[in-house]
Design a protein around this ligand. Structure first.
Ligand SMILES: Cc1cc2nc3c(=O)[nH]c(=O)nc-3n(C[C@H](O)[C@H](O)[C@H](O)COP(=O)(O)OP(=O)(O)OC[C@H]3O[C@@H](n4cnc5c(N)ncnc54)[C@H](O)[C@@H]3O)c2cc1C
Length: 1137
């Protein structure tokens, strides 16, 4: 049977008569990745892979031997013994060994002489080029299978090369122009507004604005005094703000320097800039890299290193694009030693880019059906962008740089029962809440995520865009470092932010629903929880009766989520009457989880299946109009075309594992057509499914720890049946609808009976808005996804049509004009859909997947533990691996030392201490070579911050009236006037307009003061009141059993006490809670009135202002609403997009 893209006509006898129109229907058995044209060739390429292996062996004149089992085993064994544990990876914690340090007058930091043990966060131990090898998997002792061995012929000329000189030069240190401190901080912008934008930009970059990232911590911890952390964070956040203002222009070193408020902090700006660039927080994507004019000439000659990236999916293209940026940013490192910056070659096995992002062009194109002449496509793979807000890096690319059109999805969802009738909404809600409760109870067995503690800044100062004010002496004083105890690992319950109220955890990953779960009911007895949801308890069931999942969770050493949740469903059946329809609904939610994880719930790890919870983005989910492939296309083509070579199926990789004496070999990547490409670094981005199936040979074989993690990780399956019609018969305003499925044994109450069928077309998306044609995408999830691989397309078509006809009536459902069935498991370049956490997967396995072996690096969605199984995860993995490769090639980030110059002492301080007015001049940090050092001493530069509330001096602009602004933007969440759309500016590129907006805001604030602050939520939860009241008693109780009762143990005991407490015992807390709620309600009402008044006044002042001072002319609308027009970043606006 042909596997790929075979055109078949629906068999008329299998298809219902009203749809069996042989003229109009056409089925594509799509391999999900190959267009009709390319499918044959792909089959051939796979065949040729095998065939050419023999050919390739013959070509190498005996040098290419397929290694004996002996050598393979011995290599494996050596890696076994040399490697360290692949046990759950513990995150390196900073261990402060020195309680005191001081900054000397020359700016250097003096550590006390006695160091008890070496600091992990030490700058001298900056990020390692090659991370530590994880230890061998002790439990499973994986021995890699015997591999074909042998190296391609040695290239003697390469062997003779001298060892590369360590490139040192830093481009920033060669800046010629003078940089003025604060030049990137708009003086007319109130400090709070600037702070709010900078904080928002940090969040939008997935960074904590008030805390160092782990990478920053290990780079800087030993070089910073505590109070300098705040200064650093202010600079770092301000640089991020510049980037988010306009990601169409890279932030330049000069702009970064201008984020410092004093010249002596330019070193901090340099550190922040370099760290942000290296790690892909700024200047990434389809943007020109800020160029160093002086190096263009020397680049045309000289040696050039090569990085080969295998795979042109989103991760591969991002890796290549980012490496090009990094090489360009640091070009001097190579030109200074007579080389050209390295080149990047992408080898792709298919004839197209995008991998699992594949927008297949429809057979019949209807010109003009989509704006901008976009083509009519349907998504075979990824389709949904899961929210643009709160850190999705794709926001920068899709909206900020490429300006792609997208459709925001609505989360309205009607679910139809197996008889075609819509499910009663109330019943739907009851079951949704019950499912969420069961999911939360199963969540008790979730592995606690590890938290990292890094140096923190002063939150209050950062929120007001203030640096700590130095008295000129503090820097010379001994300063205690944070308590070492603060840096021990802490265990926190998994965050719940971002979950939808109506859906279990993880489903938000890919579906369009966005409501948020608030407090879980799972702390109360199951009977009480069910009662509160609205379920009728069975007769004789006491309210404190509960369910226990312990037994099932402990029954296996690798318990699954499915077994425990099904056990919970069965136990709930004893408490409430669940009907077969309820069972169908609960199983619909199972199917939804199976979709999000691409695996049956019975294959998901109980403790880790949702290890990425808490990292979800915010905002409505969306789909790209005209096809998601526009993203990888943009990454490949902009700003300059990447060197992507198609039809290059990588067959084997001969890499350097970094063992002593290995340097005599060069790294080679061998394609199935016999082509050999020599490389200095190799990045593998092939899907986990391809690695699992051992398709690519590695020489030497991958070490046991790597092989072990590849086996332990799950790689799942999801399939789609895509139907194109001439006319839609569904409500085109809806984005999706759901279908319930019967059990194998109809009306069964046994959860297991539902497992096989529940994922069959359980969710159907209306893809018309993005395809430009009436199109439905029906999902086959869980076991059904595997059925789709083996069921013929006609049967699938007949089945989906039957279902549609029960929902929309037979007359309405016409024959589809095109049908495409995906079969991702059979696709040789993917072999499944995306990764999941299986029962044997361990916490930290995603990080192990990301670890390099010698000069062989790994990227792809399965290497991104924070955002696996997604396009943005693939993108982030590309940024991460590019940084790893750069570090491997050039070493860690080089920092200017000292990082902070000596402070300038204020006149009054000098007078007070009767000091001589000059202090020794520190060498100026390299970011500003031209700032006259003496000027700093003579003219004190530690300025008092201006008071943002005194805005009398806010300038106004009188110029020609502007056309109406193009688009309304949202306010920063942290701002003083969030949520009032009228208050916020509409983005444009015009800097005058930005300043103009600042003037309006300033005027409003100066007249009205701050917008009333929303009253904080009262502590109305009775359980919290109970916890507060009983804490000490409980602590004493717990200490009797254990010498040290931890907070978690006390909380757990309190939970039990609360559960066991009688109504009488609970009453005072319930009453107190009610009382507090009443007070809160009154305060909220008052606040709402105040805000309404304030907003009305603000609108009035705005109108007045605009009438008196017409706005400057707006020069044009920007792609994606960027706000920083060019690299001159003193232009700002008060809104964000
Ligand atoms: C059906 C489906 C639905 C999805 N839905 C969503 C969604 O709605 N939202 C979302 O965010 N994510 C979704 N995803 C997940 C998302 O598509 C992936 O996580 C992401 O695209 C993976 O990118 P990648 O670069 O890691 O891998 P890939 O895109 O698979 O790229 C790997 C590349 O390597 C190439 N390759 C493989 N073997 C070789 C070889 N031997 N030699 C040379 N090249 C080779 C492949 O051809 C491919 O181009 C979905 C995935 C699927 C399959």
């Amino acid at each position: 049977m042909a596997l790929y893209d075979v055109d078949i006509r629906p068999q008329l006898d299998q298809v219902s008569p009203d749809i069996a129109n042989p003229q109009s229907s056409r089925l594509d058995e799509d391999d999900s990745t190959l267009s009709s044209a390319s499918s044959d060739r792909s089959v051939r390429s796979v065949e040729s892979t095998t065939a050419s292996k023999g050919k390739w062996k013959a070509n190498i004149n005996g040098d290419w031997r397929y290694g004996s089992s002996e050598s393979a085993t011995s290599t494996a064994m050596s890696s076994v013994s040399s490697s360290t544990a692949a046990e759950d990876k513990t995150i390196t914690r900073p261990q402060f060994t020195s309680p005191l340090k001081k900054r000397m007058s020359d700016g250097s930091i003096k550590q006390p002489p006695l160091r008890l043990n070496s600091s992990i966060g030490s700058a001298s131990e900056q990020p390692q080029a090659v991370p530590e090898q994880p230890q061998q998997d002790q439990q499973t002792q994986h021995i890699p299978p015997k591999k074909k061995r042998g190296r391609p012929p040695k290239d003697k000329s390469l062997l003779a090369q001298p060892a590369p000189k360590a490139p040192k030069a830093s481009r920033i240190s060669e800046l010629k122009d003078e940089v003025r401190p604060r030049s990137s901080i708009p003086s007319r912008l109130p400090a709070e507004v600037h702070a709010s934008q900078a904080i928002e930009a940090a969040y939008a970059s997935r960074l904590n604005p008030f805390e160092l990232h782990r990478g920053e911590h290990s780079l800087l911890a030993d070089l910073l005094m505590s109070h300098e952390v705040t200064v650093y964070l202010n600079i770092r956040n301000a640089i991020l703000r510049l980037w988010h203002q306009n990601p169409l222009c890279g932030v330049t070193p000069k702009e970064a320097a201008g984020c410092a408020k004093e010249a002596r902090f330019f070193g901090l700006a340099e550190a922040a800039y370099k760290w942000l660039v290296r790690n892909g927080y700024i200047n990434f994507g389809c943007v020109e890299t800020p160029r160093d004019a002086g190096i263009a000439k020397s680049r045309r000659s000289g040696k050039q290193k090569t990085v080969v990236v295998v795979g042109a999916g989103v991760s591969g293209l991002t890796t290549a694009r980012q490496l090009e940026h990094l090489f360009e940013h640091d070009a001097k490192r190579w030109t200074d030693v007579g080389e050209r910056p390295p080149k990047v070659i992408v080898l792709e096995g298919r004839k197209r880019i995008g991998g699992r992002v594949y927008s297949k062009q429809l057979r019949d194109q209807v010109p003009g059906s989509l704006p901008d002449d976009l083509r009519n496509t349907v998504e075979m793979g990824a389709m949904i962008v899961t929210g643009f807000e709160h850190g999705n890096p794709l926001d920068t690319i899709i909206r900020g740089q490429l300006g792609l059109r997208y459709h925001l999805m609505k989360d309205a969802l009607t679910i139809y029962d197996s008889d075609g009738r819509p499910v009663d909404e109330q019943r739907d809600m009851l079951n949704t809440e019950l499912y969420a409760d069961i999911s939360d109870r199963a969540g008790d067995f979730r592995a606690a995520p590890q938290d990292t503690n890094t140096l923190k800044g002063d939150e209050e100062l950062i929120s007001r865009c203030r640096d700590p004010i130095s008295d000129g002496f503090a820097d010379f004083q001994l300063e205690p470092l944070p308590n070492p105890m603060d840096h021990l690992p802490q265990y926190k319950p998994a965050a719940k932010r971002g979950r939808r109220r109506n859906a279990p955890p993880q489903t938000e990953k890919l579906t369009g629903r966005t409501r948020v779960i608030e407090m879980s009911n799972a702390t109360q007895s199951a009977a009480r929880a069910a009662k509160e949801m609205g379920w009728q308890l069975r007769e004789g069931i006491a309210r404190n009766q509960s369910i226990s999942l312990n037994e099932m969770a402990r029954a296996s050493s690798h318990p699954t989520l499915g077994s425990v949740m099904d056990d919970a469903i069965e136990q709930y059946q004893d408490l409430v009457q669940l009907t077969p329809q309820d069972m169908r609904m609960l199983n619909w939610h199972h199917a939804n989880l199976e979709y999000a994880n691409a695996a049956p719930v019975s294959s998901l790890s109980l403790s880790g299946h949702d290890q990425d919870t808490g990292n979800e983005f915010e905002g409505a989910h969306s789909e790209i109009i005209g096809g998601y492939t526009q993203l990888p296309r943009g990454l490949m083509n902009l700003p300059t075309k990447l060197d992507v070579r198609f039809d290059r199926v990588v067959d084997s990789i001969h890499y350097n594992e970094g063992a002593p004496g290995e340097s005599e070999y060069t790294t080679k990547v061998v394609c199935s057509d016999g082509q050999i490409i020599e490389a200095d670094q190799v990045v593998m981005t092939v899907p986990l499914g391809v690695l699992k199936d051992d398709v690519v040979d590695f020489d030497p074989p991958l070490p046991g720890w790597k092989y072990g993690v590849i086996q332990r990780m799950g790689f799942g399956l999801l399939n789609k049946v895509i139907l194109l019609y001439d006319q839609s018969f569904w409500d085109d305003d809806r984005d999706m609808f759901g279908l319930l499925n019967d059990a194998e044994q109809q009306n069964s109450l046994d959860p297991e009976e539902y497992a096989r069928r529940r994922g069959r077309f359980y969710l159907i998306w209306n893809a018309s808005k993005i395809s430009g044609r009436p199109a439905l995408v029906a999902l086959m999830a869980g076991h059904a996804a595997h059925d789709a691989e083996t069921t013929d397309s006609n049967s699938l078509l007949a089945e989906i049509n039957d279902r549609l006809r029960t929902v929309f009536s037979p007359e309405k459902v016409t024959a589809p004009s095109e049908v495409i069935v995906t079969r991702w498991k059979r696709d040789p370049f993917t072999r499944g859909t995306y990764s999941y956490v299986g029962p044997r997967t361990r916490s930290g396995d995603y990080d192990l997947m990301a670890k390099p072996v010698g000069n062989l690096h790994f990227a792809g969605e399965a290497t991104c533990g924070t955002h696996p199984a997604t396009v943005h995860g693939a993108f982030l993995s590309g940024l991460r691996v590019a940084s790893d490769v750069m570090t491997a090639m050039t070493g860690p980030i080089d920092l200017p030392l000292p990082l902070v110059g000596a402070p300038t002492i204020k006149q009054e301080t000098v007078a007070r201490y009767n000091m001589p007015q000059t202090v020794p001049l520190p060498p100026q940090p390299s970011i500003s070579t031209n700032t006259p050092a003496t000027a700093q001493v003579n003219a004190p530069i530690i300025k008092q911050e201006h008071d943002p509330t005194s805005l009398a001096s806010v300038p106004v602009y009188a110029s020609a009236p502007a056309p109406p602004p193009p688009k309304l933007a949202g306010p920063p969440k942290q701002s003083v006037c969030a949520r009032d759309d009228s208050f916020w500016a509409r983005p444009s590129f015009d800097h005058n307009d930005l300043d103009y907006e600042a003037s309006i805001v300033g005027t409003i604030l100066s007249r009205l003061g701050d917008r009333p602050l929303k009253p904080s939520r009262p502590g109305v939860n009775p359980f919290l009141l109970f916890t507060k009241a009983k804490w000490d008693e409980c602590k004493a109780h717990c200490s009797r059993d254990a010498s040290t009762a931890g907070r978690d143990a006390i909380r757990a005991t309190l939970g039990k006490w609360w559960k066991a407490a009688t109504e009488e015992e609970k009453r005072p807390y319930l009453e107190q809670s009610e009382q507090a709620q009443k007070v809160a309600d009154t305060q909220r009402k008052e606040w709402a009135e105040g805000v309404e008044k304030w907003d009305a006044e603000a609108r009035r002042i705005r109108q007045e202002f605009v009438a008196e001072h017409p706005p400057p002319v707006v020069q044009g609308e920007g792609v994606g609403g960027s706000k920083r027009k060019s690299n001159n970043s003193s232009w700002v606006v008060l809104d964000h997009v």
